[in-house]
Write a protein that binds this ligand. Structure first.
Ligand SMILES: [Zn+2]
Length: 143
């Protein structure tokens, strides 16, 4: 059987601008602690605006950022406030584990990398024992 390019097609590399791009396809852009926040936001957005298109979702300066493509003026304010609420919830939710957290710098250093973490994940992350890789928590093996 000859090999086809089709093998490479599909869910592997969803383009951010793909017309069908919605939150579930990009949920691994953030850590597991925030994925339920995004899943809920997706439910709220589809209830309001089933064909909404995600422009981008990412962690920036320790906070959740969600961008949706231009909408009709009727939906714009409602969508904006749903996104604001999800971003505000993420700001007090550990991105690693979902426990209550706050945005802190690595090792509480003055210029450290920012992330929203609970106390326990802040300790592990500051000690370089955990990090986020493709939407999952990567844990350094203790040797
Ligand atoms: Zn945590």
């Amino acid at each position: 059987m000859p090999e086809h390019d089709e093998a490479d097609r599909g869910e592997q590399t969803p383009a951010p601008t793909s017309p069908s791009a919605q939150i579930p396809r990009r949920i691994r852009a953030v850590g597991p602690g925030w994925q339920p926040v995004l899943a809920r936001l997706h439910d709220q957005l589809t209830a309001l605006c089933p064909g909404y298109r995600l422009a981008d979702v990412k962690e920036k300066l320790g906070g959740l950022r969600v961008y949706v493509d231009a909408l009709g003026s009727g939906e714009r304010d409602a969508v904006r406030s749903l996104i604001k609420a999800a971003e505000a919830e993420a700001a007090v939710t550990c991105e690693f584990c979902g426990a209550p957290g706050r945005t802190r710098r690595r090792g509480d250093a003055p210029h450290g990398w920012l992330k929203t973490v609970c106390d326990s994940c802040h300790r592990a992350w500051s000690a370089h024992q955990i990090m986020l890789v493709n939407g999952s928590v990567w844990q350094r093996r203790s040797t």
